[in-house]
Ligand binder design. Sequence first.
Ligand code: FES
Ligand code: FE
Length: 423
Amino acid sequence: MDGTSGFPANGNGAAAPADLVWPNDETQVPDWVYTDRRIYEREQERIFFGRHWNFVGLECEVPKPGDYIRSYVGEVPVVVTRDMGGGFHVFENRCAHRGAEYCREYRGNTERFVCPYHNWTYDLAGDLVAVPFRRGVKGKGGMPAGFDMAEHGLRKFRVSAYRGVIFATACEDMEPVEDYLGPGIREQFDIIFDGTEQVLLGLHRNILPGNWKLYQENLKDPYHATLLHTYLTTFGLFVTSNESDIMVDPIGRHSALLSRRPQGRPDVSEEDSAQIAAYREGLKLNDESVLNFVREFDSSWSGAAMTIWPNMTALRQTNILNTRLIVPRGPNELMMIWAVFGRASDDEAMTRHRLRQNNIFGPGGFLGIEDNEALKFVQDGLRRSMPRVGLALLGDDEEETDTIITERAIRAMYRYYRETMAL
Ligand code: FES
Ligand code: FE
């Protein structure tokens, strides 16, 4: 069982496929990392069911006792509940009887889950509480005499809620989430999740034809931000001349891209704009209020795009607050579940402002849509062409952290990945 309970062994002993050899060069990432089914399965065992905390949802998605949502740990469907005492539980969305994915609604409020197939019934902690005709009918049929309901509950994960964010793990002896985040990253996390009550403003779900790691890379890649995103560059949310800091935790799995937006529209030098195809001189917004920045964070940075390994991104950009849950769906596909939130202390004007501003992100967002396309283009290239390696050469690992023209955070992630995956 190797540190997990009720889950299959997490494969830490199995050797990596012998035909997959990583080049002896930290700046190269082989194509098979994104396309090979064996790698994908190894990731499920070693990463999502290994020694990691998986993001499964926000407390504000299950605000009342009896509330539940469907979520995922890696590719495995789970249910997240808040019980009558306020505690959180995460268990598999797979009936202990014949395996039906019993919870069919995305969210709701209930006292129990009744599997539609044969009506086995589970409580909010995932324990089996009823089996119809357990003793048979007229003394015939039914469960064997020794059947113990306590032994046939749903498979449960260990759960920790930290500052309104719910995490789950299959590992029995995980360190606390605070320690998992580590000092520098936790500080930035605590600015987004400031401990005050959150309110869910909305959710998006979208499916993308790309490997799940590409989304982690996307938010560890400040290089693309000013080149791909016309909106960011042209309207000044993020330009090459903005002050920035690229933070990576000491072991390379989490990161934070911090940026400071100047007041008004920033200068983009002629030299920079000549290199940025996405920059559009003279483009104007009909409604500039979408860019308003109401000061609210205890930070000198106006934006922070965070990746928390393995499956979470958290963003504050101007007054946008959102999280993304990354769900792998085979080597070539991922699902994103976006949660947009505000604070219980927001007045109506602030809520409207946040909602308006959130049009920038999301699956069809002013700039979110471009990342989606770029990821598809990458996966298409990796799948359809002759195998080779991708490059992450920009910047160097010892440099000052205040340039965005770097792929340092991607290299750090793959150092950690290779170690975890024993590749
Ligand atoms: Fe769920 Fe039979 S499969 S009760
Ligand atoms: Fe982007």
